[in-house]
Design a protein around this ligand. Structure first.
Ligand code: SF4
Length: 171
């Protein structure tokens, strides 16, 4: 099979799945269906090429560990939705843009340069307050910030649907 060709039935199916998953987590896909399906095509081409759905608007390295932050939905989606009303590619938009009440602003690249990636940001730590020794570790989804206290992170984030490897130990 020509790896550049994406089956249109698969594009439609993935589009519907992404839309349902987005809406169940309080997110919205871009209401311009042709534009959005084109981005879905880009995601599927990257999946064929690299084995994972790297962001269709960025240059992937082809190494999953190096690209984890830009596997869609990327780590930068939620702050970009907050600040600009859309993610970098405008696949995801906020409710006002989805409803046609606002236009998304141009979104600057938030991903740090290669030399800065992987360096831990100074995170403001919070005291465990009245629970100095918690019975379970707390895991944080690096995409949407969902927190859960359990032995291991969930297989799939219940809010943004990313996989277990996108969680980090929080407490
Ligand atoms: S959420 Fe948007 S910017 Fe992020 S990887 Fe997906 S399409 Fe690209």
């Amino acid at each position: 099979m020509n790896p550049a060709v994406v089956d249109e039935k698969v594009v439609d199916r993935v589009y519907i799945t992404l839309k349902k998953e987005a809406e169940s987590g309080g997110y919205f896909l871009n209401p311009d269906v042709d534009f959005t399906k084109n981005l879905v095509r880009g995601l599927l081409k990257n999946e064929q090429r690299y084995g994972y759905r790297a962001c269709p608007c960025r240059l992937a390295s082809g190494k999953n560990e190096e690209d984890l932050d830009i596997v869609c939905p990327c780590n930068y989606r939620d702050p970009d939705l907050n600040d600009f009303g859309a993610c970098y590619c405008a696949l995801y938009v906020n409710e006002a843009v989805a409803g046609g009440k606002e236009h998304a602003a141009p979104v600057p690249e938030r991903r740090p340069p290669r030399s800065e990636r992987g360096k831990k940001k100074a995170v403001k730590t919070v005291s465990a307050g009245p629970f100095p020794s918690l019975p379970f570790p707390v895991w944080r989804c690096t995409v949407c910030g969902y927190l859960c206290a359990r032995e291991q992170p969930p297989e799939i984030c219940p809010v943004c649907k990313v996989r277990k490897e996108r969680f980090e130990r929080f407490i």
